[in-house]
Design a binder for this molecule. Sequence first.
Ligand code: HEM
Length: 516
Amino acid sequence: SGFPFVVMKSLSKLGVPSAILEFLFGWVDAHEECAKIPEAKGSVSAIRSEAFFIPLYELYLRYGGIFRLNFGPKSFLIVSDPSISKHILRDNSKAYSKGILAEILEFVMGTGLIPADGEIWRVRRRAIVPALHKKYVAAMINLFGQATDRLCKKLDAAASDGEDVEMESLFSRLTLDIIGKAVFNYDFDSLTNDTGIVEAVYTVLREAEDRSVAPIPIWDIPIWKDISPRQRKVAASLKLINDTLDDLIAICKRMVDEEELQFHEEYMNEQDPSILHFLLASGDDFSSKQLRDDLMTMLIAGHETSAAVLTWTFYLLSKEPSVMSKLQEEVDSVLGDQFPTIEDMKKLKYTTRVINESLRLYPQPPVLIRRSLEDDVLGKYPIRRGEDIFISVWNLHRSPKLWDDASKFKPERWPLDGPNPNETNQNFRYLPFGGGPRKCVGDLFASYETVVALAMLVRQFNFQLAVGAPPVEMTTGATIHTTDGLNMTVTKRIKPPIVPVLEMPTLKMDSSVSLL
Ligand code: HEM
């Protein structure tokens, strides 16, 4: 902002008309002239913390629902206001792109649905959303049950051995197993095995997360890519995943070519209900890089997010035993020894509220990233195109102005007979799955997934923070992680007494009637 501004001022003193100056220097920082958006001071050091959304919360309390953060030569707008968020995400969404996010994730997601913008996004969104139809999501509920059952077996062993367990990594494996089957019919079986492909997925994930918080993109330096052992490992992992994807696509393509099923709206192959199968049957080009990008995107989008939700839900429950008791009471009364069904989803009302509330306190991801594609007005402030914007969902969800007892874990704040809270009925103060045209396509999937896992786990076990474990603190990648894991002591619950069923008319009477 400095130098061009000085030149402009000098020209103005020399008598150059202001209309010409405005034309020539229109690109010079608009905020310099309007000087309205509050600017956070001392901001560089303020965000040099691991979980960067924490200092952003402090700055929000000081500077309000929109402020500018200067970070060396870069500057960001931090938005924590429901109506400005609604404007960016929904009402004027066409004026915003994914910006930095797309740049960071390009190496793994290419032009997959999360980073994609413009026409590519429009076409792919229209292809992918129908794949997650009602019948598909209902079929997934059984998969959630099976996968969670594997985790229960693992916990069973730990409970009888009296060993503490690190739940965060177990949840990560649970949701990886689920998303692999759900998206491309592949069983990572990561809860039982540590195969090369599982390690490759984690190498790539860790890289994506590190890049999203790294200040300088060193991976972009050409020679670095070739000599850095770490970057070579990332490249090898990507290749392994891509080769596996190619195989899965080929297998699926053969199945689709051989089957006689007609494609229709709620098309689903019972043997392979995966999203990939739907896409190929719908006529998606099996040879395209775009298909691979979208599969990779869903693998990542649907994996760490759900894992993080479960991790923080169990953390929150460990701090509020009264919520846990209420939860277990509901689960005991709804679930039997069968895997949960779609009907159970409607009955597990309190369980759902626990997840709703966990998503409020620990939104995944804690910030949404956008870049303005044109000049716009946010609230009362004009902004220029090219602004990088962070919408802090964390701030929205924890704002003392928007919530009573904002920092308290209180599932009761959501009435059991009320609607499921979402961005629309909460007027953009609650955005667990984003909002507007870029809203999560997996919201229902993820809600059922986390409800099934939570319900099955707390039905069978009690969970407590392990004695002597390090305090549970936060760090960020794309989602909120713990710094040292979530170490818990798991004990088997004593089964609730089986309540006898009402006396039925006895068989004897029946048979005597028939004998007559
Ligand atoms: C987008 C959250 C699970 C696929 C999003 C967004 C959020 C979100 C907040 C919006 C991002 C933005 O506006 O910048 C979550 C949470 C999940 C979850 C909290 C788990 C609890 C899933 C699952 C899938 C999925 C299971 C896949 C089956 C996607 C995709 C997008 C997306 C493809 C991009 C949509 C678009 O840009 O058109 N998710 N998600 N998510 N999510 Fe999810």
